[in-house]
Design a protein around this ligand. Sequence first.
Ligand SMILES: Nc1ncnc2c1ncn2[C@@H]1O[C@H](COP(=O)(O)OP(=O)(O)OP(=O)(O)O)[C@@H](O)[C@H]1O
Ligand SMILES: [Mg+2]
Length: 220
Amino acid sequence: MIEPTPVEVRGLTFRYRRRQPPVLTDIHHRFEPATVTAITGPSGGGKSTLLYLIGLLLAPEQGDVVVGGIPAATGSDRDRSQMRSRTMGFVFQDAMLDPSRTVLANVMEGAVYTGMPADRRQSRARELLQELGIDHRAEHRPGEISGGQAQRVALCRALVKSPPVILADEPTGNLDTDAADLVWNILDQQARAGCTVIVATHDRARAIACTAHLDLADTA
Ligand SMILES: Nc1ncnc2c1ncn2[C@@H]1O[C@H](COP(=O)(O)OP(=O)(O)OP(=O)(O)O)[C@@H](O)[C@H]1O
Ligand SMILES: [Mg+2]
């Protein structure tokens, strides 16, 4: 069973460099469980940055991220890292797999801090690789697979611990239509199971098909 975990951003403002204008200014939004929310906006508009802030990988200059009713800013770094590892699965725009480990080990790594036993992690990892049509690459290293395959491996790594919140940054950017359909179906399935799914995407048609939207062009 997935614990319904809304994610709320309250007044988020962020800049990478002090003297530069903010990348994001006063962003408010509530991301609901059992919903896929598309984050859209121009290239360089701050979609990835917002996902990093929601994923507690960056700290905002102002504002806060509230995950399942718990404000992230009030806790310690350790609290935030526990919040992240317990509740969030993150699919990075460029996969970010560990090049020294096999595809299977990369996927299993996604649940390493959850207390899930290794045999369960392995069987779940294999199941997901099969669902995404890349189980035949399980023993390969990331350098030996295609960019689109790496993206699907990154999705498997995010899903292996069955997180209540899934953050996916352009998860279908390198995929053909069939593989993209598969990924969007899996994200929909996760939402139907109760997950809060947040996807940054350039794909206008897919974004329109999502049940909820946050367009950063509207907030600029
Ligand atoms: N590490 C960084 N240091 C400084 N500036 C950065 C850094 N990362 C991103 N930026 C800048 O912040 C802005 C927002 O970048 P971000 O990657 O969030 O945009 P995006 O909407 O995800 O773009 P894309 O659609 O191209 O992926 C851009 O102007 C970018 O150049
Ligand atoms: Mg981006």
